[in-house]
Each structure stands twice: as C-alpha cells, then as structure tokens.
Design a protein around this ligand. Sequence first.
Ligand SMILES: [Zn+2]
Length: 347
Amino acid sequence: MSINQNLEKLSNACGVTGRESEVKELMIRLMTPYADEIVVDRLDNVIAVKKGKQKALKIMLAAHMDEVGLMVKTITKEGFLQFAKMGGIDDRILPAQRVKVFSKKASFPGIIGSKPPHIQKEEERKKIIASDELFIDIGAENKDDALAMGVSVGDPVGFDVQYVELGKNVVVGKAFDNRAGCVTMIEALKLMENTDYTVCAVGTVQEEVGLRGAAGAAFGLDPDLAIALDVTIAGDVPGVREFDTSVKMGKGPALTISDSGLITHPKVLRWLLDSAEEEKIPFQIETGLMGSTDAARISLTRQGIPSGNISIPTRYIHSPVGMLNLKDIENSAKLTVAAIQRSSSYF
Ligand SMILES: [Zn+2]
C-alpha cells in the first residue's frame, strides 16, 4: 500500500496513549510483509525484525504508536463524562470538539460541551476554561443511561477527525504525531530489501506520557544505535518566529541537533547529515526545541546507545488535526534507509 493509504488507515485508528491495541494490530499487519519476524514484547511494543549477518550492527528504529487524547475519569449523575488528559493537550483547543468514546462494547460519538457566548459573563469570555471544568456530552439521559450505553471509567477518548487529502501531497488528519513516524518506518522497511545489518523496527507504546514503551524495548533489544522517527513542529504559519523553529512543511526531514531530552551524539549527527547530502535528500536542521522523542530515552539505556531523530515537519501537532506533506514522509524513509546502509562506516 502507498504512503497515503497507510497514513489514512493509521490516522483514522484509535491509539490513545496506553490503549494502542488498534494501532498495534495494524502495525503488525503492515510490517509483516517486510519482516523476518514480528515480536510483541511485554509492554506491547511491536518489533519487526529484519535479520542481518551475524555480528553485524543492530539498529533500532522507534516510532511511537500512541496519540494524545482523553480518558473517562468520572460519570456525573446527569450522564456527562469528565475526563483526564492523556499527554500534552492545550485546554484552549478542547471546547466544542467532536470526540469518540471507545467503550468495551462499541465506540460512540460525543462532543466536549461549551457554553454559548450569549450566556457567558464578560470575565468568562476572557478566561481559558480548564479541562477539569469541561465535560463530554454523549447524549445520555443520566448516569444509568450512560452506563447502559457501555461507558466505563478508564475508557479512552480520541478526537473524531477523518483523514482528508487537500492539495498536492498535503493531507490533514488526527494523530499524525506519530502515525507519520509509523508510516515512515513501514516505508523504510519496504525500501530496505536486504541488508547486512539487523534492523529492529519498533512501534512503541506510551511515548506521549514520558517515553515509556521505548525504555523497555531498548533495554530488551540492546541495539548498537537507534533512530527515532517522529514528527516535529512545522513553524511556517503566521505567529511563529523563525527563532522558535525554522522547520517548514514540505522541505524535507528535520534532523535534531538538540531538544530538551537529547543532544544528538556528534557521530550520529554526522552519519545522518552525510547520508542526506550524499543521497541528495532534502533536509532541515533544528535545535533548542522543547519536548523530546523516544531517542532521548533510548540514548540513556544500559551503558548508553548513540541515538538521533529523523522528524517529519507537521503543522498543529498535539491538536485534533495536523497537516503534513507526504513527500516529507517519503524523504524521511529514504534517509533512514540511506543511513542504515552506510552505518558500518561510522560505528
Ligand atoms: Zn511524537
């Protein structure tokens, strides 16, 4: 399947952090044709292994499967759902969103209730409503009705947004952070064909709440080096200063010099830069960003694992909708493969 088709499937699937099973099953299905072996570890990370020659380098790719979302915390006696945020979401973007509640029985739509402006007091209009004052309305008559619909405390709630193609190569959808990385990883496996190295392509869980799945996966695999495939902020929209980020959508994968959890090992950076330059793959450099990726956690595993990022520039991340250019995924996959093929010259 094409990059576009894979991204559509994965974007529309639910994978609120800690509840990644739908995405996990898709990843197993989509990576199986290109892997010698698929392993699901104890934390539910999915590992597609391409076996290389004995004693060859072992390279870990990591793309987190989870997405930011909500979780049902309490059901009020009137039948409204109060929720906890799972991952970093700005309270300001929550009111009036359409969401989907995933109960054991079925998934059903809801909306995050908001007060019409007519009945807001002057000071209310100026203030940000905190998420603990918001609620999800699923149209239930009362708590018993909500329970009869199948809702339970702990149910994941995702944004209800369908994937759309806009202009040339530009698409919009939910959870591009990090289904874009997942698609890049699948595409890299597809392009790789045979390699002397052992490649472990890992769909990780629970990245959005502290890079948790990657920790166990990296310890278990004990790779020689690692690349996290994730999205990064595209700042090419009004109101973002060049100083905050100069990364632009459609201008190629971003290579991180440093973020809040990782200073990319100089050898890793050189390896990725040379690979992009030699293969004439467009790329961008970013540094000093807040936030981090699985690479930060992997790099601290055991005695330390040299790690870096290849990131897909994405607008509006951690909101219900993101936007990206499919060419950036294609080039990120090409760069991943180009780097892997020349890894023994650097490590
Ligand atoms: Zn991410």
